[in-house]
Design a protein around this ligand. Structure first.
Ligand SMILES: Nc1ncnc2c1ncn2[C@@H]1O[C@H](COP(=O)(O)OP(=O)(O)OP(=O)(O)O)[C@@H](O)[C@H]1O
Length: 339
């Protein structure tokens, strides 16, 4: 395989379920390519079809029509035995960790090595290494019930890594965790991707997870992929309503600023990293109120939106608006016809 060919390729893919005798289309004409070494996010609202899509990537669910190729192998052509073999390199981690409760952390990680027939000494040494990699060397003998949610997910990640996968599929892997633990698990996944070159597919309903670790993202809405691209592109120019709802969840709230001399400034990653608002205040000598701010730092670049209340003096107000426009920012005055 050359470095730029996709490790996962999904073509003309459809999935229907039979529900009370009726066909329900859950995924409709999906086409997607995920490059080797990427951290790829799949985001959408509840019921959009995210989990079904990711489960199809290792054939836990089979497509109704269409093709899935992973690492050059068309999964539809594999026998059950070959599929089991292929699944060893396409591991999955889940929201609820799925650990074996009667086994210690160490023996959970040993499990896939036992199934793969790895010798005892080698398996034990590998397990120790993995416990260290996920920062749990001191918890080897703990049972899942004695571990926190974050620690359980670390064991699940170590177990996934035991068989040297090329892809890790994460289905809402941080959704049961608090924000600080979520960040630490995402940092661990990022580190694994960087150090081991493993491709990671992240299914989530939280934009913050995408921002934190993904390079590319696909947005699923009502069974279809409505937008896909780099995280920066999607943040900068969300085209569809589904993407706009995710990137600007508070868009409806803008209505409350209408008629109050407010303007909305969009930071789409193209402006310089200088403190633009502070510089504007110094240069225009204009006092402004910040009414609303939703800013994110993605790879050191500012994305998001600000609502400022402009000065009453009309000349000064247009000077402020002009300042932002000359600094490559999109500015929209929230007049009576805005919203
Ligand atoms: N085995 C099944 N039989 C029938 N319908 C199913 C089955 N599995 C999933 N569905 C339906 O497919 C749709 C998509 O489900 P899926 O779990 O993929 O969505 P999701 O985007 O992951 O949602 P969530 O974020 O709530 O988990 C839902 O309407 C669900 O009810």
């Amino acid at each position: 395989m050359d470095a730029i060919s996709p490790i996962i390729k999904i073509e003309n893919f459809n999935k229907t379920f039979l529900l009370n005798g009726e066909k329900v289309t859950v995924l409709d004409d999906i086409n997607l390519e995920i490059e080797k070494g990427d951290i790829f996010g799949i985001i959408g609202e509840s019921g959009a079809g995210k989990s079904t899509l990711v489960r199809c990537m290792n054939y836990l669910e089979k497509p109704t029509s269409g093709r899935i190729t992973v690492d050059g192998q068309d999964l539809s052509r594999l026998t059950e035995r070959e599929l089991r073999e292929a699944r060893r390199s396409i591991c999955m981690i889940f929201q609820q960790f799925n650990l074996l409760m009667q086994r210690t952390a160490e023996r959970n990680i040993l499990f896939p090595l036992e199934i793969a027939g790895v010798g005892k000494q080698e398996a034990k040494a590998r397990t120790r290494e993995l416990l260290e990699l996920v920062g749990l060397s001191d918890k080897a003998d703990h049972y899942p019930s004695q571990l926190s949610g974050g620690q359980k997910q670390r064991v699940a990640i170590a177990r996934a890594l035991a068989v040297d996968p090329t892809v890790i599929l994460c289905d809402e892997a941080t959704s049961a965790l608090d924000p600080a633990t979520t960040r630490s698990i995402l940092a661990l996944l990022k580190d694994i991707n960087k150090r081991l070159g493993i491709t990671i597919v992240v299914v989530t309903h939280e934009m913050s997870v995408i921002e934190e670790i993904c390079q590319h993202v696909a947005i699923i809405d009502k069974s279809r992929i409505v937008e896909a691209g780099t995280v920066q592109e999607i943040f900068a120019h969300p085209k569809t309503q589904a993407a706009q709802r995710l990137v600007y969840p508070d868009a409806k709230m803008m209505e409350r600023f209408i008629g109050k001399r407010c303007c909305r400034i969009v930071f789409d990653g193209s402006s310089s990293s200088s403190p633009t608002v502070a510089s504007m205040i110094l240069e225009c000598k204009a006092p402004v109120n910040i009414m609303y701010a939703d800013m994110r730092d993605i790879d050191g670049v500012a994305f998001g939106e600000l609502v400022l209340q402009l000065p009453e003096d009309e000349n000064l107000a247009s000077k402020v608006v002009g300042y932002f426009r000359t600094h490559n920012l999109f500015v929209e005055e929230l007049g009576d016809n805005a919203g």
